[in-house]
Design a binder for this molecule. Structure first.
Ligand code: B1M
Length: 795
């Protein structure tokens, strides 16, 4: 078995896919099937890489998972056994055999339909098939951090092999699903893998800033496998233009950053590996020292750092004393939860606490379900709050990112159960200063418990930076004398243990009049004692204002500007006015209209607004004035890199739910004799169907009989339907520049068999010029124009 030596440099091989393409692999062929059908070809590529100096030879198993092989006629075991067998035949014991595992090709819930366990099982199956035949496991080219986490757990839990994990970034430094270098590193480095890094997507030059950043953050070895440049299309095939010596020069830079493991991805050849190895070996091993002792947690796309600026942990997702939330949790009303989560995010929370503990519910199940849904819509990191160890573990496991676990305490049982969960999942953990004897009265005793927690955590391998301590605020009305003890304990923990501190604040004012006044006074006293974060209501105006003023007094020029802007927006008020303004603000806190519900991806909310709007507005007006502009705005943010695919999908779902309401309202309006039929389809390669569905409903509303073939429809199916149903009009939709070509191909094929058929086209990307280019008879800007054209054609 391979054991990583931190003083050495390691070299993987280069591309397999593009090498196969250059040797005649057809685009639609499954590359992994060649392990069985053309073993000599695969073996010869392995041999070339071995001769070029690679110490690791990667088996041709990238896509050998149960989903991708489903219709291939091959089993996972067949492909993996043969793939690793070829590595052994080619390399013998002269190189390490690598089981290569790429993304499953499925999108994980709540964005797609693959569950965490489906992905886990598929990877576990690959690992089990290959673990006795290889030396290391490489998980590569992932763009969804969540899928990679599931894959890593599957690899680590089903083998004892070293696991290397890499993700693909674009030039903005983000993956396709929105993960950043920082969130990737924070999430993966604590999971127990041997190395992490980047591969594919970009050439070596574009990867420089990304690799430099990873090397400044990662406490585990870093691996880099760039493409040989950015692909350039020539004659319908991708070409990679970075030469072997250019590739080697940049690899030298990677070595200077402290990268330990080198290799190549798309477009690289044995020549690239040979040159790279020579350059890197001459550069020698550079040691990295990471001076980063920051306490960070993250979601897939957002980091929260404690100890820098004061952090607000939103307390509203805790059912204690909240009847509506209790009801929502019992009834599985996720929309209520989502609204609360979005609201706190908008109110400025940095982290959300999530507690789903209620008597008689399966807390692990409710907590994981809620976490998955909330993470689908809100990008804030989450503090997973439970006293049920099983729930805490399930939450830490399925969490997308690096969570904060709330909480462990000084009791032996709690330490024994919670700390291993934090260790295994690389999470931060919040320690409460109480033990078998309850909450001590004195600061010294609370400090003793805090130290015990820190020492025990470090003993099992949890770094100090991953531990936060809550010195516990007791109720001032009942235990007034103990308030200074809490403050003193915070000071001691901060100064002597050097860990970040958190406080559940509102308990302090329980039973007292004017609680906000007490809360904010305690808050400032605690911050002065060294408090880094508080679990509070981010919508509490008193706290917000106090923090804004605090930041002004202790922060920089930006804080000054923020304070001034806040005061301009919120002039000081008194008495009844304050209450009126607060009530108003509360009203505005809920997603105010259909557009914002769609933009935030709130399905139920979008449907509800639509139902309400139908009382005074026509369905078509709602489509044109709300749904389309809201989607346009999300589309623009997506294009500008402000939102990522997950949010785009969520917004599309919300738009669909609004449209379903309109669709049933419109279908109850229609009457009269049926006209048509007309075929509708979104063209091949294009999955956008919201617009096409709107067009269908409106056509039907005008009594046209519609044969809806769906989305991503191959031209042959459309031609078949035209002939079978003897249709004279076909309506096609395309939303992307790339699928206009597919529209043209479809129209050509229809015309070949039925030149007389009239074709109407529409979709955001189209213009009258593009419609003409595609060969259509008519271009419809919107659904109503489609109706006018159709009426002319079919009457
Ligand atoms: Co994507 N998407 N999307 N997307 N998406 C666009 C289209 C995009 C413009 C966003 C952007 O970057 N600004 C961009 C295309 C860029 C381009 O090529 N120029 C884009 C991209 C790149 C992508 C992906 C590649 C993202 C990725 O994976 N990297 C991917 C594509 C996958 C694929 O198709 N192979 C993708 C995926 C998705 C989702 C799945 C997340 C989701 C679609 C969900 C679904 O439809 N079921 C989605 C969404 C929602 C959008 C945006 C935000 C909204 C599209 C929409 O529904 N608009 C879109 C941005 C935008 O359009 N501003 C975007 C509202 C709808 C009512 O309008 O369809 O134009 P539209 O229909 C109108 C009229 O055009 C007309 O009537 C309708 C009502 O007025 N009309 C007809 C349409 N068809 C007609 C036919 C007719 C008559 C009128 O007669 C037959």
């Amino acid at each position: 078995m391979f054991t990583f030596n931190p003083d050495k440099l390691y070299f993987f091989d280069g591309a397999m896919g593009t090498m196969l393409q250059s040797r005649g692999l057809k685009l639609r062929e499954i590359p992994e099937s060649l392990n069985i059908t053309s073993p000599e070809l695969i073996k010869s590529i392995h041999e070339e890489y071995l001769n070029a100096g690679a110490d690791f030879i990667t088996a041709n198993t990238f896509g050998a998972n149960r989903f991708k092989l489903a219709k291939s006629g091959y089993s996972v075991q067949d492909i993996i056994t043969s793939g690793l067998g070829l590595v052994r035949e080619a390399a013998g014991n002269n190189a390490h055999a690598v089981l290569d595992i790429g993304p499953t090709g499925r999108v994980m819930a709540p964005l797609g339909d693959a569950s965490f366990s489906e992905v886990y099982d598929a990877v576990a199956e690959m690992v089990t098939a290959g673990k006795n035949l290889c030396d290391v496991i490489l998980l590569e080219t992932f763009t969804d951090l969540y899928e990679l986490k599931a894959a890593i757990l599957a690899a680590l839990e089903n083998s004892d092999l070293p696991v290397f994990a890499t993700m693909s970034f674009d030039e903005s430094g983000k993956t396709f699903f929105g993960a950043s270098v920082d969130t990737m590193t924070a999430t993966l480095e604590g999971l127990g893998i041997t190395a992490l890094g980047v591969n594919c997507s970009l050439g070596p030059v574009q990867l420089v800033p990304i690799v430099e950043r990873i090397c400044s953050l990662s406490r585990i070895p870093v691996m880099v496998q760039p493409n040989a440049g950015l692909p350039v299309m020539r004659d319908g095939v991708s070409h990679y233009d970075v030469t072997a010596s250019e590739f080697a020069e940049v690899s030298r830079k990677f070595a200077q950053f402290g990268v330990s493991i080198f290799g190549g991805c798309c477009g690289t050849t044995p020549e690239h590996i040979r040159h790279m190895k020579a350059a890197v070996m001459s550069e020698g091993k550079h040691t990295r020292t990471i001076n980063d002792s920051r306490t960070v947690i993250c979601s897939a796309s957002k980091i929260a750092e404690f100890g820098k600026r004061f952090a607000v942990i939103g307390e509203r997702l805790n059912p204690t004393g909240k009847k509506l939330l209790q009801k929502a949790l019992r009834e599985g009303d996720t929309d209520y939860l989502l609204k609360e989560a979005v609201k706190q995010q908008e109110q400025g929370a940095d982290v959300l606490d999530l507690n789903t503990g209620l008597p008689d519910i399966d807390e692990a199940e409710v907590l994981t379900r809620s976490l998955i849904e909330i993470q689908g819509i809100v990008n804030l990191p989450i503090q997973i709050d439970s006293s049920d160890y099983k729930a805490l573990e399930s939450g830490a496991r399925i969490y997308n990112g690096k969570p904060l676990l709330n909480s462990v305490n000084g009791k032996a049982e709690s330490l024994a159960n919670v700390l291993p969960i934090a260790k295994k999942y690389g999470a931060c953990v919040l320690g409460l200063t109480l033990d078998e004897n309850g909450i001590p009265e004195t600061a010294e005793e609370r400090f003793r418990i805090a130290r015990k927690i820190v020492e025990e955590a470090e003993r099992i391998g949890i770094p100090r930076r991953n531990i936060l301590i809550d010195c516990l605020a007791l109720t001032a009305s009942a235990q007034q004398k103990l308030v200074p003890e809490t403050l003193k304990a915070i000071r001691m923990v901060k100064q002597e243990l050097g860990v970040c501190t958190v406080l559940g604040l509102s308990n302090i004012s329980f039973g007292l009049p004017r609680r906000p006044l007490v809360n904010r006074t305690m808050l400032i006293a605690a911050i002065c004692a060294g408090l880094d974060a508080a679990i509070i209501n981010p919508g509490d105006t008193d706290i917000k204002e106090t923090l804004c003023a605090w930041n002004l007094l202790t922060g920089d020029e930006d804080d000054m500007q923020r304070y001034i802007a806040y005061c301009e927006e919120h002039p000081a008020l008194s008495g009844a006015n304050v209450q009126a303004v607060q009530k108003d603000a509360q009203k505005q806190d809920t997603p105010a209209n259909l557009n914002s519900a769609i933009m935030k991806g709130l399905k139920e909310e979008a449907a509800e607004h639509t139902r309400n709007m139908l009382a005074s507005r026509k369905p078509l007006e709602i489509i044109e004035q709300n749904i389309v502009p809201a989607l346009d705005s999300v589309g623009k943010d997506y294009e500008a890199g402000k939102v990522f695919l997950p949010q785009l999908i969520k917004s599309a779902e919300a738009a669909k739910s609004a449209f379903e309401v309109l669709s049933s309202a419109m279908s109850s309006e229609g009457s009269g004799k049926s006209r048509g039929p007309v075929i509708l389809a979104t063209v091949y390669g294009d999955v956008h169907d919201i617009g096409k569905n709107i067009v269908r409903t409106i056509f039907e509303n005008y009594n046209f009989s519609v044969i809806d073939l769906g989305k991503d429809v191959p031209p042959e199916r459309i031609v078949e339907a035209v002939e079978r149903d003897n249709v004279n009009v076909v309506g096609l939709s395309a939303l992307m520049t790339t699928t206009v070509a597919s529209m043209k191909e479809t129209i050509t094929k229809i015309r070949e068999s039925r030149p007389d058929v009239k074709i109407i086209v529409g979709g955001a990307v189209l213009t009258p010029e593009l419609a003409e280019y595609a060969g259509a008879d008519y271009y419809a800007r919107d659904a109503m124009e489609g109706v006018r054209i159709l009426t002319g054609l079919l009457e």
